[in-house]
Design a protein around this ligand. Structure first.
Ligand code: ADP
Length: 236
């Protein structure tokens, strides 16, 4: 498969270009915080409940809140109907996504409580864990959960021996490498880094730098979306 023609990718983007991204803060009324994200062909809803009492109680921690994160792909989110319910992939993504957002949450403020994050993938086109983390991060802020910063995430990869930002499904499935990254761009701390495929050391460094630039752009969009919603309401 030919991925790059005259310097352009299959969806006409440049190698270092993100797909169009849109954040809608507070899209759900019942949740304490929520965010709907469209990231290229991905459509993702994140809902946050809490801080609230932990059930079952034995899971509670005496001096901090616990964070629970459920990533779920709707059965209609992919071309061939996905069997509903958790599978190995969604359990793994839930775990790494929880660990990705965990470092910025000030859990000591809410002992014996839980903060529950639900991420529903309504339409999938590669990079859904990143889109989920971006939505979750904004939904947490919308819920008023105290955070040191926002976590932003995007994938980088390699197709036709070229390092590219933010893969679409064909690039993800049939390319040479796929590496989702999540970070707190204020501190540069990386809280998620996974890799499928192969990079040379130089390509890896180039990819990480490109991922950092992508996350920086996304963090700015997240901040903007929150400011848009809360400006004029007496919030910061
Ligand atoms: P991510 O969505 O974070 O990139 P993967 O690399 O595992 O995670 O998946 C890449 C893409 O492959 C998904 O975004 C989705 O478009 C597609 N995909 C994943 N699981 C399935 C599935 N069970 N059926 C069909 N397509 C899937």
């Amino acid at each position: 498969m030919e991925f790059i023609k005259n310097g352009k990718r299959i969806d006409k983007r440049l190698p270092n270009e993100l797909r169009p991204i849109k954040f809608e803060v507070g899209a759900l009324e019942r949740a304490d915080g929520s965010c709907y994200v469209e990231h290229g062909g991905n459509k993702v809803m994140a809902a946050v409940y809490g801080p609230r009492a932990v059930h079952p109680r034995h899971m509670q921690e005496a001096n901090r809140a616990i964070i629970r994160y459920r990533y779920n792909m709707a059965s209609f989110s992919v071309e061939e109907r996905r069997r509903p319910g958790p599978d190995r992939r969604s359990i793994e993504i839930s775990k790494v996504s929880r660990e990705a957002i965990d470092p910025v949450i000030i859990k000591e403020f809410y002992p014996r409580s839980t903060i529950d994050v639900f991420v529903e993938i309504l339409q999938a086109d590669a990079g859904t864990r990143s889109a989920g983390i971006n939505a979750a991060s904004v939904a947490l802020a919308d819920a008023g959960v105290p955070m040191r910063g926002l976590i932003a995430s995007c994938a980088v990869g390699k197709v036709d021996d070229t390092v590219v930002l933010d893969l679409v499904k064909e690039e993800d499935n049939f390319g040479q490498a796929d590496m989702p990254v999540a970070m707190d761009v204020r501190t540069g701390e990386i809280s998620l880094l996974q890799m499928d495929g192969h990079f040379t050391l130089e390509e890896f460094e180039e990819a990480l730098q490109l991922g950092k630039e992508g996350c920086t752009t996304i963090a700015e969009m997240q901040r903007e979306a929150l400011v848009q919603k809360y400006q004029g309401e007496g919030h910061e």
